[in-house]
Design a protein around this ligand. Structure first.
Ligand code: F6R
Length: 249
């Protein structure tokens, strides 16, 4: 197996390792008097990582005052206050429980008018650039092989933009939205280019539900039909797996 593949006995152990790593980036930056610029993901996969980070804040005094975050994506159209928006997800799972400054958190806006989208996306890219780029990007993987919401067909040079969600991705959200008709058809996502520029990337995948796509992402030919394969060309990527997700490797 490749040396950038780490397999843990279960998601709890893997999530704690990832949280410890993120905490070490934050503390290193604190010692240097710098900000830690983190790219964050939503979905089921990172929930326990955030839980561990909240624990570290509450029990070990880990401060997020020097942390700046950029989330990968947001559904479109959706209001930030909607219970299923990724904005709400981040508040519930992390931001409301740590001392991060609200002005340091960035999530694509899901309630823009069509005429506002392009300039919003350009500004999102510029802001990441102004902060010196992402020190670290946390990723999950969709069953289509998407990273962020870069669905099959996304190329290496795509940046933050409005995209149409793949039907498999929408089906995976049926339970959350209580029916396919309620699942948004589009999203605003960071691009493959945006993600690949992060200095370090960790892609997490848990359970055998992700085994088939993980096999393709790690061992398959690099190609736009499975955007996760682009990560094979990143100089500092780690695939963090459990027994289930690594079972086809
Ligand atoms: C979420 C995101 C998506 C998810 C992926 C896996 O911000 O960008 O790429 O990481 O769809 O979702 P879960 O973790 O729910 O299996």
């Amino acid at each position: 197996m490749r040396n950038n593949v780490k397999v843990y006995s279960n998601p709890d152990v893997g999530s704690l390792e990832v949280a410890n790593h993120i905490a070490s980036i934050i503390r290193d930056k604190q010692q240097k008097g710098e900000q830690a610029i983190l790219g964050l993901a939503t979905g089921r996969t990172p929930v326990d990582v955030y839980k561990e980070l909240v624990n570290m804040h509450k029990n070990e005094g880990l401060s997020f005052k020097n942390v700046v975050t950029f989330n990968l994506d947001e559904y479109f159209p959706i209001h930030a206050e909607h219970e299923l928006s990724y904005s709400t997800f981040m508040k519930i799972n992390l931001f409301d429980h740590v001392d991060i400054l609200p002005e340091n958190t960035h999530i694509p806006q899901g309630n823009l008018s069509f005429s506002e989208i392009e300039s919003f996306c350009n500004e999102y890219e510029q802001k990441i650039h102004q902060f010196g780029g992402l020190d670290f990007q946390l990723l999950g993987i969709g069953r289509t092989g998407h990273i962020g919401f870069n669905e099959p067909g996304s190329t290496t040079n795509c940046k933050t933009r409005l995209v149409t969600l793949n039907e498999i991705t929408r089906e995976d959200a049926i339970n959350d939205f209580n029916g396919l008709a309620n699942v948004p058809t589009q999203a605003i996502t960071m691009g493959v280019h945006t993600i690949m520029k992060a200095k370090e990337i960790m892609l997490l995948a848990w359970t055998d539900r992700k085994a088939e796509i993980i096999k393709k992402v790690i061992d398959g030919e690099v190609n736009a039909e499975i955007p996760g394969t682009f990560l094979q060309n990143h100089p500092n990527v780690t695939f963090v797996l459990d027994h289930g997700s690594s079972s086809a490797l």
